[in-house]
Design a protein around this ligand. Structure first.
Ligand code: ZN
Length: 301
């Protein structure tokens, strides 16, 4: 038996302890997908399934199933990977059709839905049905940067998994010059930080951060902040990370003052915006961002 070392926090040790559906969070796309492929391979391995207590992460690397998996032709494995487009209702229907058929190798069936945040609302609702009717040998994994953008009804039917990362202190020791907000935005992902250092993205983070602070002080109009980030998905998510962080800060503060109405309202607006913004493209995006900033500016300043 071989073992994929999976960097997944609090993953059950035994296959029989696994739930039917998981949301797997991780900002590092490569790392979360490679972990999930390792897990899927292990769940499908035929040698594994002959063990009564099969250990999660183990696979033989020699059986028919392992060979099919390595050749990307496993009939009981389905990967939905829409990085740029949206995941529509047809994509979700394909997954339920897939699960409604018997497994080809009479073992487990595994679906990995990468970029789950790109699901349309209709697709999410269609997926609910699949999540509500678990078959006993099927596993569904929804991969996303942050579960915050998924519908609450989806969240309530899934368990959560996270990538295991170094602590903030360990990362600070490796990258002493990095600001806390950059480490925080990476979700403590070392490979993400590494790529930002290599791509010289750090300066841009600092610029957005400084603009955001000025915006909070009402020294910079909305459109300057928006123009800085709107065409750059990474910088847009960074800005929204800063906004979310600010709201959390206000929530904590309000715990002592007792007046949390503004922070709560801002938090609700942010959740709504996150749900609607994935469908907004092009020019309309900066319009939507501008409306959003207008609606929260007085609440978070
Ligand atoms: Zn195998």
């Amino acid at each position: 038996m071989m073992n994929t070392s999976l960097d997944i926090l609090s993953l059950p040790k035994q296959q029989e302890q696994l739930a039917h559906a998981y949301i797997f969070e991780g900002i590092d796309i490569n790392k979360r997908l490679s972990n999930m492929l390792g897990l899927a391979k292990s769940l499908l391995c035929q040698m594994q399934s002959t063990h009564t207590k099969s250990e999660v992460g183990n696979y033989c690397g020699q059986c028919h199933s392992c060979n099919l998996f390595d050749a990307d032709t496993h009939p009981d494995f389905m990967l939905v990977n829409e990085e740029r487009g949206t995941i529509g209702i047809d994509d979700v229907r394909k997954t339920s059709e897939f699960l409604s058929k018997m497994s080809h190798l009479s073992g487990n069936q595994v679906i990995v839905l990468e970029h789950a945040e790109n699901m349309t609302e209709n697709a999410s609702n269609a997926l609910l049905k699949t999540l509500e009717e678990p078959t006993n040998k099927s596993f569904i994994f929804l991969l996303c940067k942050s579960k915050a953008v998924l519908l609450p009804t989806i969240l309530s039917r899934c368990q959560f998994l996270q990538i295991k990362n170094k602590t903030k202190e360990q990362l600070k020791a490796i990258y002493p010059d990095l600001a806390d907000y950059i480490i925080g935005f990476s979700n403590n992902s070392e490979s993400e930080l590494q790529s930002w250092v290599e791509e010289e993205t750090l300066e841009e983070f600092t610029e957005v951060y400084q603009l955001f602070i000025q915006w909070l002080k009402n020294q910079v109009p909305n459109f300057i902040l928006i123009n800085k980030v709107v065409t750059k998905p990474l910088m847009s998510s960074f800005l929204f990370y800063l906004i979310e962080k600010r709201i959390r800060q206000l929530m904590l503060k309000s715990a002592t003052t007792g007046n949390s109405a503004n922070a709560m309202a801002a938090s609700r607006l942010l959740t709504d915006f996150n749900h609607s913004v994935i469908l907004i493209k092009g020019q309309n995006k900066s319009l939507a961002m501008s409306e959003f900033l207008n609606s929260i500016e007085l609440l978070v300043r």
